[in-house]
Ligand binder design. Structure first.
Ligand code: X8Z
Ligand code: ZN
Length: 621
């Protein structure tokens, strides 16, 4: 090969290589230009989304707070004939609704979500939140929304402004509850129970109106009905939600059937009724709705009522706070104590207050409050722990990692589970002994204690997952006929709870409406059923993996590791998918196994106690 030839070849190969290189370079730069352009476009979309979210948040926060303030007044100071509260609530809620349901907000959120792949997961969640809020108040049906807001305020006032009476004298719901928990005299019980249901009559019309208004507002944004709207918050269909609730009921049914049989026979004995009824008469049970029968049992050596009576109501709330602090949570902000409404309105007060416990996150920052009517008894001891669970959840997800729009529970059931779990823990013997509430050396009947707990936690499931969930489903999603409002309530109570009214209750009554949530927390009572399964999963994890204690006899007090675990559950708020969070923290999916395992020893005990007794509930449901 000549030099020239070789040189030529070299030149050609050089040129070829250069060409290839250039082509490659061109391709590469043009690709990376394209990628850069795409990236820029993506960043722009994300920046636009962030701008919109920030603007929305800034406008949302003061409106949300104003609505909370007005609602707070309306629930803590109910004065007959005074229309100021209703007016303020209406004004504030209309302003909030006008903003959250505005077409501009809806369109912006929808159009940003069209480019979902360009958005951060937290941005998607916030935009979804904006749309969820909008569906409750769409501007396209503004008149309807206004009407609903007015009807809701009126219903609250009717429910909590109601003057319960017995023998012509006013009584508080705490007094009615005391009779149902403590009196053996069936006439007094009947009178207290009957009195507690009178309020429903006044609420029928409002409830029917609210059903219509609630359904029509969410239908304007494409939901089938209000029940479907509320369920969608879990990322589930109505069918899936009903199935989950049905599963919970069938899981606990064999135990419930034993408890039902036990209660029929034991209560008949207690009331000296010779013929044991097939179904439990509602006024025999120690709760207005038959949702918690635990007061039937007094465990010697573990009776909290007399101890609490001595301590006084303030102690109950302070003690619940101490428990949370002992786990490593901060003390409550001073404003909690200044602004909460913790105790019953004095009898001479010229106002009434909402007597059902609740916890409020007023500004999505540090203004947290409880509305309670605490008296020093076991039920309120548990409730204070429940409510402070909400409060500590609020405070935990109020952190820079959680944008204000995602300051909510992983789902609503998580929010309910936390404090209920703390309530369960605060009633276990080692915990109470540690606090000096009971004598640690006293011999106590642990099986009886377990029975008492089952009469709370297990008994609640047929009521929550069965009666309440089906009733609200039928009301909102199944056009329950106006002339069957009471009949359906009692048909469900008989089927799921095995409970009947003391005497036939016609359609002149609306007994379902005597339950707070039916009026002002509509179509979400399954939250509580799910929360009970969840709380046992969390509790079981704490007992077995952190404390290495028997789940039925734990003492979390002062354990920072338990606190850290809880913080891991609470701190992300709604930034994380609830299924993921549950899996990550407990390694499990939602199920009732932990709850069943907890009560497992009771089955044999009850079967023995019920030997020879007639069972009147079917074997399966
Ligand atoms: O409503 C409540 C709480 C307030 S979120 C006191 N609970 C349900 C009820 O009372 O019906 C707690 C468990 C069930
Ligand atoms: Zn709650």
């Amino acid at each position: 090969m000549s030099l020239l030839h070789a040189g030529k070849n070299l030149i050609i190969s050089f040129m070829k290589n250069t060409l290839l290189f250039c082509l490659g370079f061109w391709l590469l730069t043009s690709c990376s230009n394209q990628a850069r352009e795409m990236e820029t476009e993506k960043n722009e979309v994300a920046a636009q989304a962030q701008q919109f979210i920030d603007r929305y948040t800034n406008q949302y926060l003061p409106l949300y707070e104003a609505s909370g303030q007005a609602e707070w007044e309306a629930n803590t100071r109910i004065k007959e004939g005074d229309t100021t509260n209703a007016y303020q609530v209406q004004q504030a809620n209309e302003a909030l609704a006008e903003f959250t349901g505005s077409e501009e907000n809806i369109n912006q959120a929808l159009s940003l979500l069209e480019n979902e792949e360009a958005l951060e997961p937290l941005q998607i969640k916030q935009l979804e939140f904006i749309l969820y809020e909008a569906a409750d108040n769409p501007a396209t049906v503004q008149e309807l929304v206004k009407e609903r807001i007015k009807a809701e305020a009126a219903q609250t006032e009717l429910l909590f402004g109601y003057d319960f009476t017995m023998n012509g004298k006013s009584v508080s719901t705490n007094e009615i509850d005391d009779i149902l928990k403590g009196t053996f005299n069936l006439d007094s019980r009947l009178s207290a129970w009957t009195s507690s249901k009178e309020v429903g009559k006044n609420l029928r019309e409002g409830l029917l109106n609210l059903r219509k208004l609630r359904n029509e507002t969410v239908q304007a944004l494409g939901y089938d009905n209000y029940f479907a709207y509320q369920v969608s918050d879990y990322g589930m269909s109505v069918e899936e939600m009903l199935e989950l609730n049905e599963q919970l009921i069938s899981d606990i049914w064999p135990l419930y059937r034993e408890l039902h049989t036990y209660a029929r026979y034991e209560l008949a004995k207690q009331y000296q009724v010779s013929e044991v009824p097939d179904m439990l008469p509602a006024h025999w049970l120690p709760n207005r709705w038959g949702q918690d029968w635990s007061a039937m049992i007094n465990v010697e050596g573990l009776d909290l009522d007399p101890v609490l009576e001595e301590k006084g109501p303030e102690w109950l709330v302070q003690q619940a706070e101490r428990f949370y602090i002992s786990l490593g949570f901060d003390s409550l902000p001073a404003t909690f104590w200044e602004k909460s409404s913790l105790y019953p309105a004095p009898p001479e007060a010229d106002y009434k207050k909402n007597n059902h416990a609740s916890a409020w996150h007023m500004d999505l920052q540090q203004d947290v409050r409880c509305l309670m009517s605490v008296i020093p008894n076991e039920e309120w001891y548990e409730t204070t722990h429940h409510e402070l669970g909400h409060i500590y959840y609020y405070l935990s997800y109020t952190n820079p990692e959680v944008p204000p729009l995602l300051r909510g529970g992983a789902n609503r059931a998580f929010h309910e589970a936390v404090g209920s779990m703390m309530g369960l823990a605060a009633m276990q013997k080692p915990f109470m002994a540690g606090l000096g509430l009971v004598d640690s050396t006293a011999q106590t009947d642990q099986m009886k204690m377990l029975l008492k707990e089952a009469l709370n936690y297990i008994v609640f499931i047929p009521f929550s997952a069965g009666v309440m969930t089906h009733y609200e489903h039928d009301l909102y999603a199944d056009s329950l006929s106006e002339d069957q409002l009471n009949q359906r309530w009692w048909a469900l109570a008989e089927k799921y709870q095995g409970m009947v009214p003391p005497a036939s209750r016609g359609e002149e009554y609306t007994d379902a409406a005597s339950k707070t949530h039916i009026n002002n927390d509509a179509a979400q009572y399954y939250d509580y059923a799910i929360s009970f399964a969840l709380l046992f999963q969390l509790h079981n994890h704490i007992a077995e993996n952190i404390l290495q204690q028997d789940p039925r006899a734990t003492n979390y007090y002062g354990n920072k590791e338990v606190g850290n675990f809880l913080k891991k559950v609470l701190t992300p708020g709604a930034t994380q998918d609830w299924r993921e969070l549950l899996k990550e923290t407990t390694g499990e999916e939602l199920n009732a196994k932990a709850m069943l395992a907890y009560f497992e020893p009771l089955m044999e005990y009850l079967q023995e106690a019920n030997e020879g007794r007639e069972y009147t509930l079917p074997e399966s449901i």
